[in-house]
Design a protein around this ligand. Structure first.
Ligand code: ZN
Ligand code: ZN
Ligand code: ZN
Length: 381
């Protein structure tokens, strides 16, 4: 049984983040950020909260006015762990029949023409429209690009939490031979893997992909009743959040018995592409460089059209977040950025393969957070 470190951002960190958020909002020309429950809220207050039809919103005004957390009275106990006093956050609870949008709008300081509010990306549409009615003169923009400037660069404690998540999912991959055998269905194998993801320290198995044989050619295949057969390649892409809130995500491809020579040869190209992409990760390089490094090797080998997705995605409190590792993204890589490097090749109706590691951009280069062997692991069952 794995030990887990519960990583709760300390008050100083949260205070710094709130102050930075106000500054970033100002830079972006927004009078306030309106943050809905979810990862942005967890990043700024330490709790993700939850949202139903009733409005919960953290209003972070630009400049030096105090943030306001608007919460339905019946859901307030869920926010008791937020050190509002120490953070300088005011708490406003509301009861059914009151207008929570008016409360939030008052704190936003964005009444009148020419004002702008930045609304977090995952805000329910009915709340976005509620804000529009409460602040008829204010232009609405997305808060994602503002908050992303902060969340994209992880601090040391966040990198530690991601390192811990990487080690936990590696322990699950290390046990694959216990479950992945001919004669079992993907769903049976997936249920065992899901149990192990939790047993190794995650709070839940957020996704379990077991793509056997032709199903491996569908990158986001989940599970099916297909029976795994000798000769199959099986793509296993798994992960989920740890108690820290930070997520794991790692793919390995397994062979059930020795694969045909032509398949093994193509896999070797994929392995070289994945290694080249990881090697291309360094501060000052770009997200695009990493994608090009992988794609050029697969293209030169003659099956570039089989690599049908971007090379990777950022990871943190969300499994998929900025930065996206793709051609066209010339974002300079900076130390503290964490993302997946996961090229894949997919032969529809036949087989597929993918190798995925989470990597951190360091001061001098790159650190891989997943360490399991990347070559084709043959399980003989
Ligand atoms: Zn994916
Ligand atoms: Zn994955
Ligand atoms: Zn991924």
């Amino acid at each position: 049984m794995a030990s887990t470190i519960t990583h709760v951002p300390n008050v100083t960190n949260l205070r710094t983040r709130l102050a930075r958020a106000a500054g970033e909002a100002e830079k972006a020309g927004a009078d306030a950020l309106l943050i809905a429950p979810g990862s942005d809220l967890r990043y700024l207050l330490g709790v993700a909260g939850g949202s139903f039809e009733r409005l919960t919103c953290l209003v972070v005004p630009s400049g030096s006015r105090s943030p306001l957390l608007v919460v339905p009275k019946l859901e307030a106990p869920g926010y008791q762990s937020v050190p509002v006093g120490e953070l300088g956050v005011e708490l406003a609870t509301w009861e059914d029949g009151q207008d929570p949008f008016a409360l939030a709008a008052g704190a936003a300081g964005a009444a009148g023409a020419g004002r702008r509010v930045a609304i977090s990306d995952t805000t329910p549409a009915m709340h976005v429209f509620g804000f529009r009615d409460a602040l008829p003169g204010a232009e609405q923009m997305l808060a994602g690009p503002i908050v992303r400037e902060m969340r994209m660069r992880k601090d040391a404690a966040e990198v530690d939490a991601l390192r811990e998540a990487g080690a936990a999912i590696d322990r699950v991959h290390a046990r694959m031979g216990e479950w992945l055998r001919p004669g079992r269905t993907e769903a049976e194998v997936g249920a065992d893997i899901a149990g192990a993801i939790v047993a190794e320290g995650h709070t839940l198995a957020e996704f379990v992909i077991v793509g056997s044989g032709p199903n491996g050619a569908s990158p986001h295949h989940a599970l099916s009743d297909r029976v795994i057969q000798r000769g199959d390649l099986v793509v296993v892409d798994i992960g989920g959040p740890m108690p820290s809130g930070y997520c794991s995500d790692s793919t390995r491809t397994y062979a059930i018995g020795d694969p045909p020579a032509e398949v093994a040869e193509k896999y070797t190209v994929l392995e070289a592409a994945q290694r080249a992409a990881v090697d291309a990760v360094r501060p000052g390089g770009t997200a695009q460089d990493v994608d090009v490094a992988a794609r050029s090797i697969i293209t030169e080998a003659g099956f570039g059209e089989r690599f049908i997705h971007r090379t990777g995605h950022g990871i943190g409190l969300d499994v998929h977040e900025e930065p996206y590792i793709m051609t066209g993204n010339e974002l300079p890589l900076d130390s503290g950025m964490v993302f997946s490097v996961e090229p894949g090749i997919y032969f529809a109706g036949e087989w597929g393969a993918r190798i995925e590691d989470i990597v951190v951009v360091t001061e001098s280069g790159v650190e891989a957070l997943n360490r399991r062997p990347r070559s084709l692991t043959v399980l003989d069952g």
